[in-house]
Write a protein that binds this ligand. Structure first.
Ligand code: FAQ
Length: 315
């Protein structure tokens, strides 16, 4: 057996035993690359995900709502930072990851390319988008790469606060005036299908799943997680007195799950490929933030250099 095959076998044995892989451990090049791809895309999603909600901070209906939304958006920046740091342990720099986002080489979640048209969208995002994110991310707290799994523990706790604040906004609107209830229903109508798409393509079209399952990066498939999301969301919508916009949604006694209608995969791929309602606007906002923040990065670097020079003189 060649030394490379031996290493691969020992690596797979560790994964099968449920051991965590740490940054300095030997790993197949493809495992390293897959993690850089997934973790950096996840980080980009958190950072781009701040934009649709940031849009509503100045227009939140009360001081209490403004504080909660501000805290949520700040948490998302924090999630981006933990995740960029976890990816950096695999030998890629933050600058390279940002460059890949700006050039379109790296993706970010399709969901953040939809506009936020009313205050109810803040409720729908918290309830559905964070709800979908938690289902996917609880699985990731047990992923095989140590720094990613550990980052996900704290992220999941914060996402669960986000989900509750969103659902509470929906509860208040859904039990408010007829106009408020209508706003809540409209937000559900617009965010339901894009939230279903967050889990990625159907299993048979998920190109990365086979290896990711073998390496326990993913522990449940895209379709399994999507089903879990539907099963969780239906009673929540019923409690709100709102209707999920899917005429084919019905309980299947035999499967013990809800059946649901077809997802528009053409729309999904169009959005992923850069042609969704807000892709251009989102990338412009990120590029501008990067350009306008250059003086801050330069000043921080100059300060760090000055500090290290004065330390070396003192020694
Ligand atoms: N959007 O082979 P698969 C959040 C791509 S965080 C865009 O199944 P994989 C918090 C995929 O990259 C939300 N692209 O891929 C928050 C691949 O292309 P590639 C983000 C997508 O990686 C809430 C191709 O399709 N969460 O919401 C999408 O095995 C509120 C084939 O797909 C994460 O990133 C999509 N929806 O499974 C923030 C979690 N789906 O890369 C603010 C970590 C698939 O080969 C406000 N990521 N693609 O060129 C994951 O768990 C996985 O990466 C999946 C996709 C499940 C997203």
């Amino acid at each position: 057996m060649s030394p490379e095959i031996n290493l691969e076998k020992a690596f797979q044995d560790r994964i099968d035993k449920g051991e965590k892989i740490e940054p300095k451990d030997w790993m197949p090049e493809k495992y390293r690359k897959t993690h850089i791809r997934q973790i950096s895309q996840h980080a980009h999603s958190e950072v781009v995900g701040m934009l649709p909600e940031g849009n509503w901070i100045t227009r939140a209906p009360s001081l209490k709502r403004k504080c909660a939304l501000l805290a949520k958006v700040q948490d998302e920046a924090g999630h981006g930072l933990y995740l960029y740091s976890a990816a950096e342990t695999l030998g890629i720099s933050r600058d390279e990851m940002i460059e890949q986002l700006h050039s379109g080489k790296a993706k970010y979640s399709s969901i953040f390319n939809y506009p936020t048209l009313s205050w109810a969208d803040m409720g729908a995002i918290g309830w559905l988008v964070d709800g979908a994110a938690i289902i996917n991310q609880v699985m990731l707290t047990r992923t095989s790469f140590g720094p990613y799994a550990r980052a996900m523990v704290r992220i999941c706790k914060e996402e669960s606060f986000h989900q509750r604040q969103g659902y509470e906004i929906m509860m208040v609107l859904a039990s408010g005036t007829p106009e408020q209830k209508e706003m809540a229903q409209d937000a559900l109508n617009r965010f339901w299908w894009p939230s279903m798409m967050m889990f990625g393509p159907r299993d048979e079209e998920s190109t990365n799943s086979e290896l990711s399952m073998k390496w326990k990066i993913k522990r449940k498939s895209n379709d399994e997680l999507r089903q879990q999301f539907v099963d969780n969301s239906v009673p929540q919508a019923e409690y709100l007195g709102l209707t999920i916009p899917d005429p084919d949604l019905k309980w299947n006694e035999e499967r013990g799950h809800y059946d649901f209608g077809d997802i528009d995969w053409n729309e999904f791929w169009q959005v992923v490929k850069g042609d969704g309602p807000c892709n251009k606007e989102r990338m412009e906002a990120r590029q501008n933030a990067w350009d306008n923040g250059k003086w801050v990065r330069d000043a921080a670097m100059a300060y760090a250099e000055k500090q290290s020079k004065s330390k070396s003189i003192a020694v």
